[in-house]
Write a protein that binds this ligand. Structure first.
Ligand SMILES: CC(C)(COP(=O)(O)OP(=O)(O)OC[C@H]1O[C@@H](n2cnc3c(N)ncnc32)[C@H](O)[C@@H]1OP(=O)(O)O)[C@@H](O)C(=O)NCCC(=O)NCCS
Length: 173
C-alpha cells in the first residue's frame, strides 16, 4: 500500500473518532496496516478515501481450523457520514470475506450499527472477558453456517490488538 493511501486511511480514523479517540484509533490503524494479514477496505467519494474498515485474524485457541476475523476499526469522514459510506464498507468487506472462505467475523462495537449487517450479540469469550461490561457490544456474524455454535474457550487477537484498553467497554457508558 502506498504511503499516501495509508495517510488517507489514518486521517479517516483520526477524524471519524473525534478529538477523544481519534489519535489512538489512527495509531491503532497504523499498527494494524503494518501487519501482513490485516485486510483493509476503503470507499471513495469525490476522489478521496471517505471511509475505511480493517479486519485482523482472530483465533479460538481450541479451534485452530476455524477462520475468524475481528473487525476494527470502522470509520467514515464526518462530512460523509450518514450518506451510505458505512453501509458500502460493510457490504463490500463482508462479501469479500465470504468469498475468501472466512467462517465468522467478530466485532466489539456499536450495538445499533453492526446488527444492520447481520451481526448479533455472542456469548463467546473476548480475550479479556472481565473487561466486557456491556455484553451486547460483543457481536458475531456467521458467514459459514454452523461454524460459530461449536466455538468456545480462550480467544486471541494479533499482538497489535491484544491490549486491555481495546477490550474494556466500561467507558462506553
Ligand atoms: C458508524 C459509521 C461507521 C457509520 O457510517 P455512515 O457512513 O455514517 O453510515 P451509513 O450512512 O452508511 O448508514 C448505514 C446505516 O447505519 C445507520 N447508522 C449510521 N451511523 C450510526 C451509528 N453511529 N449508530 C447506529 N447506526 C448508525 C444509518 O442510519 C444507516 O441505517 P439505514 O441504512 O437503515 O438507514 C460512521 O458514522 C462513523 O465513522 N462514526 C464514528 C466512528 C464510529 O463510531 N465507528 C464505529 C465504531 S464501533
Amino acid at each position: 500500500m502506498k504511503q499516501n493511501e495509508i495517510d488517507a486511511i489514518l486521517n479517516v480514523h483520526r477524524l471519524a473518532f473525534g478529538p477523544e479517540e481519534g489519535e489512538e484509533t489512527a495509531q491503532l490503524a497504523k499498527d494494524l496496516l503494518g501487519h501482513p494479514d490485516v485486510l483493509s477496505f476503503s470507499v471513495e467519494r469525490d476522489g478521496q478515501i471517505a471511509g475505511n474498515v480493517l479486519f485482523m485474524p482472530f483465533e479460538f485457541v481450541d479451534h485452530p481450523g476455524v477462520a475468524c476475523q475481528l473487525l476494527a476499526p470502522c470509520g467514515v469522514l464526518p462530512e460523509y457520514q450518514g450518506q451510505g459510506v458505512g453501509r458500502e464498507l460493510m457490504q463490500t468487506s463482508i462479501a469479500h470475506l465470504t468469498a475468501i472462505g472466512t467462517d465468522a467475523v467478530f466485532v466489539l462495537g456499536v450495538p445499533t450499527f453492526y446488527p444492520r449487517y447481520g451481526f448479533a450479540p455472542t456469548d463467546k469469550q473476548t480475550p479479556y472477558p472481565d473487561l466486557l461490561t456491556l455484553p451486547q457490544s460483543w457481536m458475531a456474524l456467521e458467514l459459514v453456517t454452523g461454524t460459530v455454535a461449536p466455538l468456545s474457550g480462550k480467544t486471541l487477537a494479533i499482538p497489535q490488538f491484544m491490549q486491555p484498553q481495546f477490550w474494556d467497554t466500561s467507558m462506553y457508558g
